[in-house]
Ligand binder design. Structure first.
Ligand code: GDP
Length: 360
């Protein structure tokens, strides 16, 4: 499954956040046989629709989709030169599918900042510089063979152009992800290089808990770094939340003026930047969210339940969540003509509740 690597300078709150994430783990009961590495946290994708659906179809069992985080220790200045745990650090990032950078924005004189002062923009710059330098090295290593392949007509000129463009972007101190968001480069053209800064980025700003509603501060923080999806949370507060039962956690969130925990936001945004979406199944046995890639067709979606469903795919019977909830039952939604039969070219849409018809 796709993973999000959590990185950041020392003492920014990574462990506090990661421990809160793993404590939030309600999955043991659903996936009793999953082996979970100690540095891996598998958390449920928050989905308020699931309990509503469960009530509607009359089941108690709910299985959410999941988001997998990996705690990647060891970033230091000079990682790209193999300093400290540098090589291991970079190897671990290469394995992740997205990068979540935890950035310290909380003030606490008792907790030493590695660079001597709290400066979120500078912290992001430190980390991104190491990733950019490592990517430049990757390109330098690949170029001699590419030049040879170009002369031998084994690769297209456009491939070389894309790689040189990537080199130029990186040499200018920018990540490929950022340039791609601005449509200055297409990640698909350089996918073979597996560059680290071509992975989607997400920033987690660890702010003081009394600043959680300070929108001006959030805007300032977001503006101080390369634009990317950003979450603002207080790691200690999130950790405290996970110690409480659901009702107390709800109350603590409410008292802080929040409607969703930072961990839930992180899971949601992380799932999204991985390019994933869900579809739902809802029956008396269980209500479940299934993870697929955005743009997948109905047979591909069927395949995540069982490969036979994909091979023998005939049709998908689909109703949208909103229609089902508005009608109140499958029978009624069918009467209203809102149940659709979709074929093998249908592209799955958010909110689809599905029953697959297949040959065995
Ligand atoms: P890591 O090195 O990035 O994993 O950072 P840790 O999670 O170990 O946190 C470093 C120190 O900062 C610990 O003493 C934490 O208790 C503290 N800390 C973490 N998050 C917060 C926060 O949001 N506010 C404050 N004041 N301290 C925090």
């Amino acid at each position: 499954s796709l993973t999000i690597g959590i990185v950041g300078l020392p003492n920014v709150g990574k462990s506090t956040l990661f421990n809160a994430l793993t404590r939030n783990n309600v999955l043991a009961e659903n996936y009793p046989f999953a082996t979970i590495e100690p540095n891996t946290g598998i958390v449920p994708l928050p989905d308020k629709r699931l309990p509503i659906l469960a009530k509607l179809v009359g089941t108690e069992k709910i299985i959410p989709a999941t988001v997998t985080f990996v705690d990647i220790a060891g970033i230091v200045k000079g990682a790209s030169q193999g300093e400290g745990l540098g090589n291991q650090f970079l190897a671990n990032i290469r394995e992740a599918d997205a990068i979540c950078e935890v950035v310290r924005a909380f003030e606490d004189d008792d907790i030493v900042h590695v660079n001597g002062k709290v400066d979120p923009a500078d912290d992001v710059d430190t980390i991104n510089t190491e990733l950019i330098l490592a990517d430049l090295q990757t390109i330098e290593n690949a170029l001699p063979k590419m030049e040879k392949d170009l002369r031998g007509n084994k690769i297209d000129k456009s491939v070389m152009e894309a790689v040189l463009k990537a080199k130029e972007i990186l040499a200018g101190g920018e990540t490929i992800d950022h340039a791609a968001n601005d449509k200055r480069i297409d990640k698909a053209d350089i996918a073979d290089l597996h560059l680290m800064t071509a992975k989607p980025f997400i920033y987690v700003f660890n702010v003081d808990d009394d600043e959680l509603q300070n929108d001006a501060l959030k805007e300032k923080l977001a503006a101080s770094v390369t634009p990317a999806p950003s979450i603002f949370l207080n790691a200690q507060f999130e950790s405290d939340l996970t110690e409480l039962d659901e009702a107390d956690a709800e109350e603590m969130l409410h008292d802080a003026g929040l409607t969703e925990s930072g961990l839930d936001q992180l899971a949601r945004v992380g799932f999204d930047i991985l390019g994933l979406q869900t579809y739902l199944t809802a029956g008396v046995k269980e209500v479940r969210a299934w993870q697929i890639h955005k743009g997948w067709t109905a047979p591909q979606a069927a395949g995540v339940i069982h490969s036979d469903f994909e091979k023998g795919f005939i049709k998908a019977e689909i109703v949208s969540y909103d229609d089902l909830v508005a009608s109140g039952s499958y029978a009624k939604v069918k009467d209203e003509g809102k149940m659709r039969l979709e074929g093998k070219d249908y592209v799955m849409q958010p909110g689809d509740i599905v029953e697959f018809k297949f040959n065995v």
